[in-house]
Design a protein around this ligand. Structure first.
Ligand SMILES: CC(C)(COP(=O)(O)OP(=O)(O)OC[C@H]1O[C@@H](n2cnc3c(N)ncnc32)[C@H](O)[C@@H]1OP(=O)(O)O)[C@@H](O)C(=O)NCCC(=O)NCCS
Length: 194
């Protein structure tokens, strides 16, 4: 790891000189951070992760190995992005035009994705374009998120459906009689919703 201005970058990582990285952030083996990406302080960018041009990432975000974060994604503070998570950005992608000629970057129609602070995305989940993932929500492993996820909501599956709520400590909280859980979290004792 090479440390410069409080940023630790593994010697095999590829970080654009036009990316802005906050102090205390570590970027591991073979990760790539493209031009104009903005990454906050104290983040961990795992092995082989990809942060596309212009992506904005807050402070204390953990991005696990092989996650792909494409253009148009904004990630707020304290978000967990599990291994192999894939953000998509064009709802109806094509490689070529009707005449068979290759499409260029300007043909790409990006629908932005916003991941609010404290949210956690399980391993191998796929996030479709245009979605907002709420504060402290949790997405189960392998989910395909096709629509917005509410603050504190726990979703899983393909398509991702509500399983209940998630405490900020991580504890899943089942709905009671069809209503979101309200009371002290059985794991941490903190009142929910906060
Ligand atoms: C979503 C999650 C938090 C749910 O935990 P939980 O509430 O303890 O879930 P349970 O095991 O009690 O399962 C509840 C139901 O949801 C289903 N379920 C749980 N996780 C699921 C998932 N990822 N996808 C689809 N269904 C899931 C279970 O099959 C079960 O269904 P059933 O009631 O029909 O039997 C957890 O399963 C998960 O996926 N965590 C993410 C792990 C991860 O990716 N970590 C990354 C770091 S390595």
């Amino acid at each position: 790891m090479v440390e410069r201005a409080g940023v630790r970058v593994h010697h095999t990582a590829e970080v654009s000189p036009d990316a802005a990285i906050g102090p205390g952030t570590s970027i591991w083996n073979q990760a790539q951070v493209r031009e104009d990406a903005r990454i906050g302080a104290e983040c961990v960018i795992g092995k082989n992760a990809y942060v596309d041009a212009g992506v904005v990432i807050g402070d204390r975000v953990k991005i696990q190995n092989n996650a792909s974060i494409f253009h148009g994604v904004t990630v707020e503070d304290g978000v967990f992005i599990g291994p192999h998570v894939c953000f998509t950005n064009d709802r109806v992608p094509r490689a070529v035009n009707r005449d068979g000629s290759l499409k260029t970057d300007t043909d790409w129609e990006v629908s932005p994705i916003l991941v609010r602070s404290g949210a956690a995305l399980g391993a191998n989940s796929t996030i479709l374009p245009g979605v907002t993932i709420g504060r402290w929500s949790m997405v189960g492993a392998g989910s395909v998120v096709t629509g917005d996820v509410a603050d504190h909501e726990l979703v899983a599956g393909n398509p991702a459906r509500r399983l209940g709520s998630a405490c900020p400590c991580g504890q899943p909280l089942r709905d009671v009689d069809g209503e979101p859980f309200a009371g002290d979290c059985p794991a941490c004792g903190t009142p929910f919703p906060p």
